[in-house]
Design a protein around this ligand. Structure first.
Ligand code: HEM
Length: 250
């Protein structure tokens, strides 16, 4: 099946990969093509600019030191909605890019039931049914989608507060701040998971590649699809046979 979004994405992916390269060495897999990486970091930069300028407006008392970065207080207030609009537009592209792998499945429901083991890091390997993204990553993605919609609606109401009823402006402030808290909490967890918690993940968004071992450990279904091996068991069998092969023959 081919929708207009998929066709659009295919074209964009092709155009970007002609301008940037991803080198995949032996024992590695391509995880994120150039298009995805450019989008991800553009979204991240616009998000951080919105967040920092938003902090400075939210509590000038605490975050006054941030305003010189944007050219002073009034300039920060002027720029914040434009950074936020840029973030929203870029995120729409990322949304279309990742909509298919972010669909919620029964495997994600099972992942959510194991969340305690995941958070406490007791299981080094993900369960056999985890695909390209796990349930936690999808949850983060959908939290951004809902927060971005809430941000956009309430942000527009706050931007044009001179024509919006006062009670609606007051409600918008509260909802805008709730969305910001959700995004901030998700962002902190996301940085931790994408760097320190799972070594080997960060390079997927810089070089675009991961090791086969990383893929079979964290995303076994995806690994089986791209590496063409039936399951992780194949790897374990191979590893068990390894000492036999390396022993010198007499
Ligand atoms: C600035 C620090 C950031 C770092 C170090 C970072 C790192 C990463 C990495 C390594 C991945 C790939 C994970 C994988 O392939 O399994 C990823 C994916 C993703 N990033 Fe970021 N990212 C950052 C900022 C952001 C921001 C600001 C957003 C959006 C507001 C964002 C949204 C996403 C989403 C939705 C995914 C896919 C789902 C997931 O892996 O959680 N990232 N990021």
């Amino acid at each position: 099946m081919s929708s207009s979004i998929e066709r659009f994405d295919e074209k964009a992916r092709g155009a970007f990969s002609r301008h940037g390269r991803t080198v995949v060495h032996r024992g590695e897999l391509l995880r994120h093509p150039v298009y995805t990486r450019v989008l991800h970091w553009s979204v991240a930069i616009s998000f951080i600019l919105s967040l920092l300028s938003g902090f400075a407006i939210y509590s000038p008392w605490l975050y006054r030191w941030l305003t010189p970065l944007f050219g002073g207080g009034p300039m920060t207030r002027f720029l914040h909605p434009w950074f936020a609009l840029l973030f929203t537009v870029l995120f729409v592209f990322q949304f279309m890019n990742w909509l298919a792998p972010m669909r919620w499945t029964s495997s994600d429901r099972r992942w959510m039931r194991r969340i305690r083991a995941y958070v406490s890091n007791t299981e080094k390997r993900e369960a056999e049914d985890v695909g390209f993204f796990n349930g936690g990553q999808k949850l983060y993605f959908w939290a951004i989608v809902f927060s971005a919609v809430l941000f956009l609606i309430t942000g527009l109401l706050l931007w044009f507060d001179d024509v919006v009823p006062r009670w609606l402006v007051a409600v918008s402030y509260v909802l805008h701040d709730i969305a910001a808290l959700v995004m901030l909490a998700g962002f902190i967890i996301h940085i931790y998971e994408g760097t320190a918690a799972q070594p080997g993940t960060f390079r997927s968004m810089t070089d675009g590649t991961v090791t086969e071992e990383w893929a079979s450990t964290h995303h076994p279904v995806w690994y089986a699809e791209v590496a063409g091996r039936a399951s992780r068991q194949d790897d374990e069998d191979a590893r068990e046979r390894e000492p036999e092969r390396t022993e010198p023959r007499v």
